[in-house]
Design a protein around this ligand. Structure first.
Ligand code: ZN
Length: 373
């Protein structure tokens, strides 16, 4: 199973200068390669190497970085050519351009990790730069030490230096669960479990609300600086949401693993429609975030050997988890569930999560049937 671990670097001013010069030179080199590729109509990695390698050496790139630059360009053309086939023909009317701070891959010969010391050393145009500090959690450090394989991307984004490391862990055998934790996704509560644990969306919703207000105010201006500010805010919001999704998914998977249960999650393919019914303007804001949470739960569950089932979420909010009676009136408002038939009362999200948990049991039984297709 492949995943990435992203760490933030804390370079000294001298190290930062080395990183910045390196990214700039690598991307200048990428643009040189891209123009040559374009002129001679040659886009494959090995063919390009023959035509561009010496030019890159002359620019001051050593062997490994030069090869990575060429491969980066070749990969970019492969991606765009795939899009061209789809429809964006005009995308290839000129060479692909690389921003001076575009991401650059480093392999183990150009980058080494000292995980216990929380430092990296890497090739830069200023020579080998050692002892660049990075920050990460203990869990990330454990994952890096155990599973990091191959290349890491150096990225400079919103003034932050980041390393995105590729990790590859062997798949763990999934434990046959005794029961399921159901997870209901929502807006007031991002995730609610059938155990009654609620992960509130208050902080995230506040950030989103502030950004929406700001967007409204700045959209009228249409200046470059306003656009830049908005972009920065959006990215900060995305980072915040990502961080929250990591914490929620970890908490759910840890609890499932601890209690020998599987996880039942609503099938997210219908989430747009479902959320639209609640609040139209929030659809796009939230659907990517739900999908991200779903994928975080999925890969953390796979890593821990926890069974995961996706269930049909239809009527989970209207169905009574005690007697099965389905009625719109069972849910008079956002928070309340009271069954019209048996009188069972529970927080609406917890009731929905309990339904999802029960559907998980049924879904798992179907998956485990020996002669299932
Ligand atoms: Zn009932």
């Amino acid at each position: 199973m492949k995943f990435v671990v992203q760490v933030r670097l804390f370079p000294t001013p001298a190290q930062e200068a080395a990183l910045a010069d390196t990214l700039r030179l690598c991307n200048e080199a990428a643009n040189v390669v891209s123009r040559i590729a374009w002129e001679i109509n040659t886009f494959r990695n090995y063919d390009l190497r023959r035509h561009t390698y010496s030019a890159l050496k002359e620019m001051g790139l050593s062997a490994q970085p030069a090869q990575h630059v060429i491969k980066k360009v070749a990969d970019a053309y492969t991606t765009v050519r795939a899009q061209v086939k789809a429809k964006l023909r005009e995308a290839l009317m000129r060479p692909i351009g690389f921003r001076c701070d575009a991401a650059q891959p480093f392999d183990d010969r150009c980058l080494s990790w000292q995980i216990p010391a929380r430092t990296v050393s890497l090739w830069t145009t200023h020579g080998r730069t050692k002892g660049i500090r990075f920050g990460c959690s203990d869990e990330q450090a454990r994952l890096l030490a155990a599973y990091r394989r191959g290349e890491s991307d150096l990225v400079h984004r919103d003034g932050l230096w980041l390393l995105i490391a590729t990790c590859d862990a062997p798949d763990t055998d999934v434990t046959d669960p005794d029961a399921f934790i159901g997870v209901d996704l929502g807006i007031a509560n991002i995730a609610t479990t059938s155990d009654g644990v609620k992960h509130a969306g208050k902080a995230l919703n506040a950030v989103r609300h502030r950004n929406r207000q700001l967007r409204r105010k700045l959209q009228a201006k249409r200046t470059k600086s306003a656009k830049r500010l908005l972009k920065r805010r959006r990215r900060a919001e995305a980072r915040f949401a990502r961080d929250i999704n990591h914490r929620i998914s970890k908490s759910i998977v840890t609890e499932a693993a601890r209690t020998g249960r599987g996880i039942a999650l609503e099938d997210l393919s219908g989430i747009r429609e479902r959320v639209r019914l609640r609040k139209p303007q929030r659809v796009t804001l939230h659907s990517w975030s739900f999908h991200q949470l779903g994928s975080f739960i999925a890969y953390k569950a796979a890593r821990a050997g926890v069974a995961l089932v996706r269930v049909d979420p239809a009527y989970t909010s209207q169905e009574c988890s005690a007697c099965g009676h389905v009625d719109k009136r069972n849910r008079p408002d956002q928070e309340t569930f009271v069954c019209m038939s048996c009188g069972f009362a529970e927080h609406a999200d917890v009731n929905a999560a309990r339904n999802i948990a029960m559907r998980g049991v049924a879904g798992w039984a179907a998956v485990m049937q020996p002669n299932a297709a």
